[in-house]
Write a protein that binds this ligand. Structure first.
Ligand code: ARG
Length: 584
């Protein structure tokens, strides 16, 4: 299905062509002066250059050609060459009916036939999930859903950090605490002996302890480093311990992500790339890309025109161990072989930008990834506290994600009237949805590359650009529709005020907004649009006494407009990963 703007462009482009100009000048956009007309075309200015004519003359001719058009009720030249455009109400109503019937609700399916893999979440096993991982989960989940809504096949991969020094630290610490564990004995036999006893609650204590210890005790740090290498080389007891750590950690991660409404298709980790490392080395060798530098093997990835220096990417350290770039390159081999995606997007903290520049260049240089496959780093900024510094707990520690969710949900619960719920469990579930909506919308309303301040009061406010306000808007619609009984039609036939015309126009612009959000990888476009719809709806709701309206035609049209508004808002919320509530 074509979007609203695409249809308007077709009509205006046709008029340009009918006047003897190229149709490409019929570009239509939302008007800067919504008080004059909802849309405008500025194409006469560009056409004027090609045809050596005054823009106003061209705008005038095109306006005349559009007189009597089935699409526009008004097409008026204005100023030095603008064209102000107002679609016909009947045309809008007919388009609305088409959208309402479309299984994709008018969202253009331009992604069909293409596969995108999104690497997001990226938590580290054996470390507690902290708020540093919040943004990747929220933004990645939204991008996945937006891309799916546009027809792409999307694979979400969590890419666990399950292979690095943090595991070695935990192993070394546990070896000191529990020397009696059989997995540390040289004759340990994983086939016959039980797995090491890992208690999930212990995980969150051991890692921070071991990490602090390694900073004070170089000998311990060295043991941890060796444990990492032994694990990667296949030490049977460490592997058994690692598997148990993974099991406990992943169970805990799944629970946390579930609370946030975030899910992954693949639960692969850095360790899954291990079998691809020999092949990676063969490819790099065969292409003569490897170079020895201070004992390490590196690949040069600097390019002419680099504004800042891009250092060589290290593939093997001088002690032969693999590092972050090695696993990321091996993972690319795996992804190419398993899915041959058209694009791979990485939703990772801005601070890792250089790492990905190096990895992407190396992957293309080595031909691991075809030249036309899009490797994209989608960096994000930091969630800050009120002091403008990265968000911390009161005592200055790193906040656990679980605690943050708990705090917000508890605050949401306090705001809700207990009498509105038939049970405590129902209230709790509603509080969870509102809390998660507050966190997600508070994050996604900002462009992903920007930092923002976490402000609980603001995020939970019933006014302004908040998830709470959007959910509240939906509950208002639900409440009227429940009282109204049957709704005559899925879309209105007539509009009775400018607010209604503006509202329906915004509802119908959703396809264009989704297209833009997708092409700019910008969920904040969806947030802004949802907010605009909700505020127009509030104005309409304030002005129109729907339930007591005696004119049945009007009452029916209004109810239909409310039904359509709810559907469109819910679609926006769905791609943001926010679940609606029907009362609060
Ligand atoms: N685990 C990493 C971290 O916590 C993020 C992983 C991002 N994805 C990747 N393919 N490197 O920083």
């Amino acid at each position: 299905m074509h979007t609203l703007i695409e249809q308007l462009v077709q009509a205006v482009g046709g008029a340009f062509a009918a006047c003897g100009y190229e149709a490409k000048y019929g570009v239509v956009q939302e008007s800067d002066r919504a008080d004059l007309s909802p849309f405008q075309c500025n194409g006469a200015f560009a056409a004027a250059k090609q045809y050596h004519k005054a823009p106003a003359a061209i705008a005038g001719e095109v306006a005349t050609a559009l007189a009597g058009s089935p699409v526009f009720s008004k097409a008026e030249p204005a100023g030095p060459g603008f064209l102000n455009l107002t679609p016909r109400e009947e045309w809008l109503a007919a388009y609305a009916a088409e959208v309402a019937q479309d299984p994709c609700m008018g969202i253009p399916q331009f992604g069909q036939g293409e596969t995108i893999l999104i690497d997001y979440g990226g938590p580290n096993v054996a470390k507690p999930l902290h708020i540093g991982h919040l943004r990747s989960a929220i933004i990645g989940e939204a991008l996945k859903r937006i891309a799916r809504a546009c027809g792409y096949r999307v694979i979400g991969d969590i890419h666990l950090g399950d292979w690095g020094l943090q595991i070695g630290l935990v192993i070394a610490e546990l070896a000191d605490r529990h020397p009696e564990w059989r997995c540390f004995a040289p004759d340990f036999d994983p086939e016959r002996e039980p797995a090491p006893p890992i208690d999930p609650d212990m995980l969150s204590e051991v890692y921070p302890f071991a990490s602090a210890r390694s900073k004070e005790e170089p000998a311990f740090r060295e043991r941890a480093r060796q444990a990492t290498v032994s694990l990667q080389e296949g030490h049977a007891g460490y592997r058994a311990l690692w598997q148990e750590l993974m099991r406990a950690s992943v169970a805990d991660l799944k629970q946390n992500y579930e609370k946030l409404g975030v899910s992954f298709d693949l639960w692969y980790g850095e360790s899954d790339s291990d079998p691809y490392i020999p092949e990676l080395m063969r490819i790099l060798e065969k292409k003569h890309l490897l170079r020895l530098s201070d004992g390490a093997l590196v690949v040069d990835v600097a390019q002419e025109g680099d504004k800042a220096p891009v250092p060589p990417v290290i593939i093997k350290k001088s002690d032969h161990s693999n590092i972050y770039a090695t696993t990321d390159l091996a993972t690319l081999l795996q992804r190419q072989r398993d899915f041959a995606p058209d694009g791979i997007w990485y939703v990772v903290d801005n601070r890792q930008s250089l790492h990905f520049t190096q990895v992407f260049r190396c992957a293309k240089k080595a031909g691991i990834i075809p030249q036309d496959t899009q490797l994209q780093f989608l960096g994000f900024g930091t969630m800050n506290g009120p002091d403008g510094k990265p968000y911390k707990t009161r005592d200055g520690g790193v906040m656990r994600l679980e605690d943050l969710i708990h705090t917000v949900v508890a605050a949401a619960r306090d705001k809700m009237e207990p009498s509105s719920f038939s049970s405590e469990a129902e209230r709790e579930e509603c509080a969870r949805k509102i809390g998660v909506a507050a966190i997600k919308f508070g994050d996604l309303i900002n462009h992903r590359t920007k930092d923002y301040v976490f402000d609980l009061e603001k995020f939970l406010s019933f006014e302004g650009k908040t998830g709470t306000y959007l959910l509240y808007t939906i509950t208002r619609i639900c409440s009227v529709l429940k009282k109204a009984g049957a709704v005559p039609a899925p879309v209105p036939m007539h509009f009775y005020s400018d607010t209604e015309r503006m509202l329906v126009t915004q509802l119908l612009l959703s396809g264009d907004v989704f297209r833009r959000a997708m092409s700019e990888r910008a969920p904040n476009e969806i947030c802004e649009h949802a907010y605009q719809i909700a505020s127009l709806f509030s104005r309409f709701y304030h002005d129109s006494h729907v339930l007591s309206e005696p004119d049945l035609q009007k009452r029916g049209d209004w109810l239909s407009l409310m039904v359509l508004t709810r559907r469109v808002l819910e679609l926006h919320l769905k791609v943001l990963g926010i679940e609606p509530v029907d009362h609060m």
